[in-house]
Design a binder for this molecule. Structure first.
Ligand code: NAD
Length: 500
């Protein structure tokens, strides 16, 4: 049977790419190529932008209440199609069905948040800012917005962006990861079915060529992106240089501090899920543990026992707890980093390199791996691994743990496990990281808060979804008005008006 070739989604319909470049889409559980994806070129980007531009005036003039009703219908349909979407996510990414369902649910909650847009778009009003003068502000759409998404959350990360942008009255072009394109295309079909006018939401699978064309396109007003730090920095700098509003989320190295008074069983359960869930391919995965004081030996022994018992295999099998990595190339990179950790003298407590999954010998698997006695100058500490590898460093006290985390260039998420309110409060105040958990390993903010890291984990000023998402996708206009009664003649002279 011939391999299916996907298309772009432009103007409410499947549209073939005008170019010839194609990339394989794998099922990581088997290693097989399941379909091919076109890589959008300059002409495809131009077409998507022209389409989004044509749709903008009508969508901008659609009242927020009517936009909200389409979003509500979209949420209902996404829920109705949840099972198929979850299968698609798992098929192209490799994560388990349960994990895929959780991530989809978190994405759908952003649609739910965006359905409240009439309330969220209310400006401010002040009467009598001067005698007979009132002042009010309005929030208007910024125009054509583009989103660039990573492979690791085929539904959730795009959903952080486009429902909010579209609810605010913008039109949108999504460039999903070329490794997992099908979910985004399916979400576009469902949005269309929910009543979204053609051209408001467009999807163009592609790679650097499509991204770079969007970053410099004069008609694109705003760029939201999520990916690795070098790509985030490139996107931020290029798009900003071309006059666009940008939020570019980057990579991560999320530390969990474990204090000696932490409940060990609860902490180990939490850390195992946060380190090995989704095979460690989460931007909020805990990849680094800082064991404080005497807890180290007990903690590492318990982590090793639990990690060694995890069931690894195809994510579509209900008994499986951890799936494969996304591609063979990524699996080989992670394996190379494990080799580097061994060569640099870290203690390899559990080695996942030899894992074979029976019946799936060509899948991109790597078993759970655990390192102890890692030092800050080692490559496995300095680099984001993005795989099922948990590293443990030791610290003598909370001060040393906080200093270590604050010295790391990444600052997406972090967590502390402790029974002490004082330690937790100190950590919460002094840690220089965007999202913090207290006995919560993956503190991903709910849709009605905003998601974002600090330092090398986010370039730009505003986080995604929640109130900051609305701020990002709107421009504020402030109107000062005066309605002189007939006969009232006195206006300001040539002096700077001071409305007193
Ligand atoms: P990536 O940086 O390789 O790719 C991200 C996107 O940029 C993709 O759409 C890709 O096609 C495009 N891209 C890749 N190289 C490019 C280049 N040179 N120029 C322009 N565009 C380019 O990331 P990935 O491997 O898809 O995803 C994993 C990374 O994303 C990890 O570093 C992870 O931490 C990060 N991530 C961060 C968050 C967050 O919230 N901060 C969330 C999810 C993933």
């Amino acid at each position: 049977m011939a391999t299916q070739t996907l298309s772009l989604w432009i103007n409410g319909q499947h549209t073939p790419s005008s170019g010839k470049r194609l990339a394989p889409v794998f099922n990581p559980a088997t290693g097989a190529t399941v379909r091919q994806v076109p890589l959008a070129n300059q002409a495809d980007v131009d077409l998507a932008v022209a389409t989004a531009k044509a749709a903008l005036p009508g969508w901008r003039d659609t009242t927020p209440l009517r936009r909200a009703r389409i979003l509500t219908r979209y949420r209902e349909l996404m829920e109705a199609h949840q099972k198929d979407l979850v299968r698609l996510i798992s098929e192209e990414h490799g994560k388990t069905l349960l994990d895929a369902a959780g991530s989809l649910q978190r994405g759908i909650e952003v649609i739910e948040f965006a359905s409240g847009i009439p309330h969220l778009l209310k400006g401010e009003h002040a009467e009598d800012v001067g005698r007979g003068v009132d002042c009010h502000s309005i929030l208007q759409p910024v125009g054509i917005c583009a989103g660039i998404a990573p492979f690791n959350f085929p539904a959730m990360v795009p959903l952080w962006m486009f429902p909010v942008a579209i609810a605010c009255g913008n039109t949108f072009i999504l460039k999903p990861s070329e490794k997992v394109p099908s979910t985004a295309l399916r979400m576009a079909e469902i949005f269309h079915e929910a009543g979204l006018p053609a051209g408001v939401f467009n999807v163009i699978p592609g790679d650097k060529e499509a991204v770079d064309a969007l970053l410099v396109h004069p008609d694109v007003a705003a760029i939201s992106s999520v990916g690795s730090t070098p790509v985030a920095q490139h996107i931020y700098e290029t798009a900003a240089r071309h006059g666009k509003r940008v939020q570019a989320l980057g990579g991560a190295k999320n530390h969990a501090v474990v204090m000696p008074d932490a409940d060990l069983a609860f902490t180990v359960d939490s850390l195992i899920g946060a380190a090995y869930g989704s095979a460690g391919e989460r931007c909020m995965a805990i990849s680094t543990v800082v064991a404080v004081g005497e807890v180290g030996e007990r903690l590492v022994a318990a982590l090793r026992d639990k990690a060694a018992s995890l069931k690894v295999g195809p994510g579509t099998d209900d008994a499986i707890e951890m799936g494969p990595l996304v591609t063979g190339a990524h699996r080989d990179r992670v394996r190379g980093l494990i080799d580097a950790g061994v060569a640099e003298g870290a203690t390899l407590v559990l080695d996942g390199r030899g894992l074979k999954v029976k019946g799936h010998e060509n899948g991109f698997y790597l078993g759970p791996t655990l390192f102890d006695h890692v030092k800050p100058d080692m490559q496995i500490y300095r680099e984001e691994i993005f795989g099922p590898v948990l590293i443990v460093l030791r610290a003598s006290g909370l001060d040393e743990a906080i200093a270590l985390i604050n010295g790391n260039p990444f600052a997406n998420g972090t967590a502390i496990f402790t029974a002490s309110g004082a330690a937790a409060r100190r950590f919460e105040r002094d840690i220089e990281v965007g999202m913090v958990g207290v006995n919560v390993p993956i503190p991903v903010p709910m849709a009605f808060f905003s998601f974002g890291g600090w330092k090398a984990s986010l370039f730009g000023d505003l986080h995604m979804h929640g109130p900051e998402g609305v701020t990002f996708y709107t421009r504020t206009k402030v109107i000062t008005s005066r309605w002189p009664a007939s006969g009232e003649k006195k206006a300001h002279g040539l002096a700077m008006p001071t409305l007193g």
